[in-house]
Design a protein around this ligand. Structure first.
Ligand code: FAD
Ligand code: NAI
Length: 469
């Protein structure tokens, strides 16, 4: 007889594993089907977690090499031990995926290893790498199969020399020249890692700006900071093809985006980071009748239900920002909905962070969006050069920018470039979650001396004025 569950989740990334845990906490009998040997999906295995391990280690190397002397710390020039850095990355991944194993056991969640497909609503078929197929019967099914790197036509990925983020997280040596295709989050984060470790990095971007979707003033200033660090940019350009010379080095043909003469750039490694696409291969969605949208994402309603009753979808495989915390929150929301509660995600207050140095963090509307929507807004912008703690930390790059409604003073968006911006953004996220105003923020005592005081000063600028500028 088939195993029987209240909920079967296909995919154990941040969307799937969080959904499974919340559903179990709410009393459901839960199964998870995962085709990879470890749990945790893209984020824990080949995404957020390993990239942050390398970003942290490479940032410390950079600081020890260039930042210590001014602080009065004389050390011999630090040496890179790439092998050990990769061990740190692998240990970090292992600790995190092991954590999901532990949480699944604690919550009595059954894991099936293999490719999950949906022959009919209420049924999931598990096809393991070897051995017999297994059928699960399940009252509800959540598809949380995530996304994979998008590819460029005519460019073959070998994950050694022409790599996606997955290969770029595991290079065996530091390339002397790294060519990054795409000035998005992956390109800038992983480009930063290898640049700090010694590579000369050139980023080729199709658009005339970096980080599309982020506030354009923030993007412009951030590009200047990256250029100061030595990163080169070729904006409004596209890669027409990649060849190899007689020594095996890459010859990358670049063309102006609007067409024109090609030029050839040499590189040891090329990283293709032009976005990610939803992954639904092998699920058999066409047979069961689950509709996809024009970009191949599972179409869902406001309650994450697909076009078929009993089949739901969350995370990177549906519309919205491809972020781990967005997937997690949808996982919690759908579990609560299935338990008869009012699960909900506030898409207006989802923070996003680029974990470079300085970090870039954003929540809510950008100035570009407010202009396009015709909303009257005011800007409070406070630089870290005027913040005492930032001076003590030699971290005066960047600023806090808060956008509020001219008529109501409600905070509509916030954008930070600076050290620890990714931690600081949450004060603004909570404020926006509670529909707070800049005056609420300006009247809140902030400990001194902290980088967060720059947030309060930016809020004060929206009222009677900042104190320290
Ligand atoms: P995924 O994490 O992609 O998980 C999907 C899972 O489903 C996988 O384990 C897959 O094996 C499994 N699966 C697929 N099909 C089947 C099937 N038919 N049967 C069984 N199992 C199946 N986001 C952030 O918020 N912060 C970051 O710092 C960050 N850094 C990133 C860095 C990199 C290099 C990359 C690539 C991504 C990063 N992301 C980051 C994005 C983040 O990883 C994704 O948004 C997140 O993983 C999406 O979660 P998910 O649960 O929807 O899918
Ligand atoms: P992205 O969508 O962030 O950036 C892709 C970039 O490539 C864009 O600037 C785009 O204009 C450019 N591009 C597209 N086609 C091109 C071409 N043919 N030639 C040159 N440039 C081209 O995608 P990315 O960086 O691959 O990341 C994928 C997803 O992973 C993102 O949606 C992001 O949310 C998520 N992610 C999040 C991280 C974080 O939260 N810190 C870290 C890494 C990834």
């Amino acid at each position: 007889m088939a195993d029987s569950f209240d909920l079967t989740v296909i995919g154990s990334g941040p969307g799937g594993y969080v959904c499974a845990i919340r559903a179990a906490q709410l009393g459901m009998k839960v199964a998870v089907v995962e085709k990879w040997p470890t749990l945790g999906g893209t984020c824990l295995n080949i995404g957020c977690i390993p990239s942050k391990a390398l970003l942290h280690a490479s940032e410390l190397l950079e600081e020890a090499t260039h930042g210590f002397q001014q602080l009065g710390i004389d050390v011999p020039r630090p040496q890179l031990n790439l092998g050990q850095m990769m061990v740190h990355k692998a240990d970090t991944v292992a600790a995190n995926v092991g954590g999901v194993d532990y949480l699944f056991k604690k919550n009595k969640i059954t894991v099936f290893r293999g490719i999950g497909s949906i022959p009919a609503a209420g049924k999931v078929l598990v096809t393991p790498q070897s051995g017999a197929q297994q059928e699960i019967s399940s009252k509800n099914i959540v598809i949380a199969t995530g996304s994979v790197s998008a590819s460029l036509p005519g460019i073959e990925i070998d994950e050694k020399q022409v790599v996606t983020s997955t290969g770029a997280l595991s290079l065996e040596q530091v390339p002397s020249k790294l060519l990054v295709i795409g000035a998005g989050v992956i390109g800038l984060e992983l480009g930063s890692v290898w640049q700090r470790l010694g590579a000369q990095v050139t980023v080729v971007e199709y658009l005339d700006r970096i980080l599309p979707g982020m506030d354009s003033e923030v993007a412009r200033q951030f590009q200047r900071m990256l250029q100061k660090q030595g990163m080169e940019f070729r904006l409004s350009s596209k890669v027409a093809g990649i060849d190899r010379d007689e020594n095996g080095a890459l010859k990358v043909r670049i063309e102006p985006a609007k067409g024109g003469d090609a030029e050839v750039l040499g590189a040891d490694v090329a990283l293709v980071a032009i976005g990610r696409k939803p992954y639904t291969d092998g699920l058999g969605l066409d047979l069961v009748g689950v509709a996809l949208d024009e970009r191949g994402r599972v179409r869902v309603d406001a309650h994450y239900k697909s076009s078929v009753d009993g089949i739901y979808a969350i995370g990177d495989v549906i519309a919205g920002p491809m972020l781990a915390h967005k997937a997690e929150d949808e996982g919690i929301a759908v579990a609560e909905i299935l338990a008869g509660q009012a699960g909900h995600v506030n898409y207006g207050a989802i923070p996003a962070v680029v974990y470079t140095n300085p970090e870039v963090a954003t929540v809510g509307k950008t100035e570009d969006e407010l202009k396009a929507e015709g909303i009257d807004y005011k800007v409070g912008k406070f630089p870290f050069t005027a913040n005492g703690r930032a001076k003590a930390m030699l971290a005066t790059q960047g600023f806090v920018k808060i956008l509020s409604d001219v008529n109501t003073d409600r905070v509509l968006g916030a954008h930070i470039i600076g050290k620890n911006a990714g931690e600081m953004i949450h004060e603004l996220t909570v404020l926006m979650e509670f529909s707070g105003s800049s005056e609420d923020l300006a009247r809140t005592t902030h400990a001194h001396p902290t980088l967060s005081e720059a947030i309060r000063e930016a809020a004060l600028m929206l009222g009677d004025g900042a104190i320290h500028i």
